[in-house]
Design a binder for this molecule. Structure first.
Ligand code: AMP
Ligand code: ZN
Length: 107
């Protein structure tokens, strides 16, 4: 079993409240929400952070960013939302599997 907590969520070894899933990404509710809606969108392939992304991840990152507003809308964020990607210890990253925070308050 992977020692990465988000890989364990992908593998369904630990539970999460999943709001979106396809072949290459998964979105679930943050366990410690900083906003009324706080979601995390992760790639199913593991890489530690944006600083560890390789050229082969470029299109996947684009598809994830394109998916963000669709997921936000589907979760009630019709009036806008915030996205955040913490990168590295200096960037406040705590879980080293790339993730995009999606946060907001339903209108
Ligand atoms: P970051 O500081 O960008 O690495 O954020 C990591 C986020 O993952 C935090 O907002 C945590 O609340 C969240 N988190 C940690 N473990 C879990 C989990 N098992 N399920 C859902 N969210 C989690
Ligand atoms: Zn992982």
């Amino acid at each position: 079993m992977s020692d990465c907590i988000f890989c364990q969520i992908i593998e369904k070894h630990i539970p999460a409240s999943v709001v979106y899933e396809d072949d290459e990404m998964l979105c679930f509710k943050d366990i410690n929400p900083a906003a009324p809606v706080h979601l995390l969108l992760i790639p199913k392939v593991h890489f530690d952070s944006l600083a560890h992304a390789q050229a082969k991840h470029e299109a996947l990152l684009g598809r994830m960013m394109f998916k963000v507003p669709q997921i936000a809308q589907a979760n009630g964020l019709n009036n806008g939302f915030k996205t955040q990607i913490n990168t590295g210890k200096g960037g406040g990253q705590e879980v080293f599997h790339l993730h995009i925070h999606i946060m907001g308050r339903p209108a």
